[in-house]
Design a protein. Structure first.
Length: 404
């Protein structure tokens, strides 16, 4: 369907917000946060675009009580049927959603999580966060891996425009799905304004006391799953304790993902139980304090679409060590220390060096927040709005694609 624009016409953009959670729970993370922040930024713009967001029917009441409900250029529309389970949600997206778009006269549809409906009556934009299921298929359960491989590839090839969250993801799209580079726009995710340094020592001390944390601790914050390389972190931490028996406690914060049993097995094998704390799920509102209260943040993931925890830790002024793989150099830039995630000896020495460096905290407090400013809400919203305009203008043209 070719979209015709009149100069004074308001562009009508619809966004699939089925995965947004408006509660403070483990569901309010990852792609939920990405989509909510997108809606927040877009609806705060002075713009000639208006937005319809299709939210989960189970979140309808919470959505109407959220700050987004009062925005003049954003309408929150509950899905017409229960979409709590993945199967229900996918069925609604593939069968009912296209008709809703046509009925409402939507000109551009944006799916913020990898997959588009098979048939659309308008131009389309898809955000692809990563291709971990292609690069590291062993880290995914078979059904999830198969679904993502088939439908993400189809969506990438059919979309009018693609948003990649990093240059690394863009390179993967070109390599695995043969999309033409000019259809892919890199727009990094947003680091929210409340991720900032906290230098009030009383606040930090009270926070540590509330969660029974030691005065000094090394932090990992993320889902406990294989590609986060937590077993590598454990090997490095065991080596660090031989180099420095007074090394700070290691806190592993985050919800359990899949295939996490190996983490607990390795802790037992390395006899690290007394030195490690599992904090479990950390609420979104308290994450800045978890970063700020830590002495060092370590995130040695082998693969990330972007690596938000790295940018967030730096925004909080926390010395940070991360991987030199995939998108993580983009998230941490020159401020984070980068190591080979397969070299746990190098990671141990990097941790030892950072802990011994008396100026590391001062550098992180000075340079980290400045680095994180490049991931602002306004920049991301303006960039997305430009992608919508470009998609509307080129609708009806065959999306460029390289031959396989």
């Amino acid at each position: 369907m070719k979209v015709k624009r009149v100069e004074s016409q308001t562009l009508h953009v619809a966004i699939n917000a089925q995965l947004v959670s408006f509660s403070q729970s483990y569901r309010n993370a990852g792609v939920s946060r990405y989509t909510y922040t997108l809606l927040d930024g877009l609806s705060e713009r002075a713009t000639d675009q208006r937005y319809t967001a299709f939210v989960n029917a189970g979140e309808a009441q919470a959505a109407q009580a959220s700050p987004l409900a009062g925005r003049s250029n954003l309408e929150l529309v509950p899905a017409g049927a229960a979409t709590r389970s993945p199967i229900q949600r996918i069925r609604w997206e593939q069968t009912a959603l296209p008709g809703e778009l046509a009925r409402r006269g939507v000109q551009v549809f944006h799916s913020p999580v990898n997959v588009l409906p098979e048939r659309l009556p308008c131009a389309s934009v898809v955000t692809i966060h990563d291709l971990a299921f292609m690069r590291y298929p062993q880290y995914f359960r078979p059904a999830r891996r198969t679904y993502q491989r088939i439908f993400t590839a189809r969506s990438a090839r059919r979309a009018t425009r693609i948003i990649a969250v990093s240059e690394a993801t863009k390179r993967d799209l070109i390599e695995y799905f043969q999309v033409t580079p000019e259809r892919v726009v890199v727009i990094p995710p947003v680091v929210d304004d409340d991720f900032r340094p906290c230098e009030d020592q009383q606040t930090l001390a009270a926070f540590r006391a509330r969660y029974q944390l030691p005065d000094r601790y090394i932090l990992f914050l993320g889902t406990l799953e294989p590609r986060k390389n937590i077993t590598g972190l454990l090997e490095a931490y065991a080596r660090l304790r031989t180099l420095d028996p007074a090394a700070p406690h290691l806190v592993l914060a985050g919800a359990k993902g899949w295939y996490y049993d190996a983490i607990f097995e390795r802790i037992r094998a390395l006899h690290l139980e007394p030195a490690i704390t599992f904090a479990g799920y950390v609420s979104r509102e308290e994450q800045p304090l978890w970063y700020a209260a830590s002495e060092l943040f370590v995130y040695p993931s082998v693969y990330e679409g972007f690596g938000m925890p790295v940018a967030e830790a730096l925004a909080c002024g926390t010395p940070t060590i991360t991987s030199n793989r995939s998108s993580l150099p983009e998230a941490g830039g020159p401020v984070a220390v980068q190591v080979d995630p397969d070299d746990w000896q190098a990671l141990a020495y990097a941790m030892q060096g950072s802990l011994a460096d008396g100026a590391a905290r001062l550098r992180a407090l000075r340079e980290g927040p400045r680095w994180a400013q490049r991931f602002s809400r306004l920049q991301a919203a303006n960039a997305c709005a430009q992608v919508y305009e470009a998609a509307a203008q080129s609708a009806g043209k065959h999306p460029g694609q390289r031959g396989r």
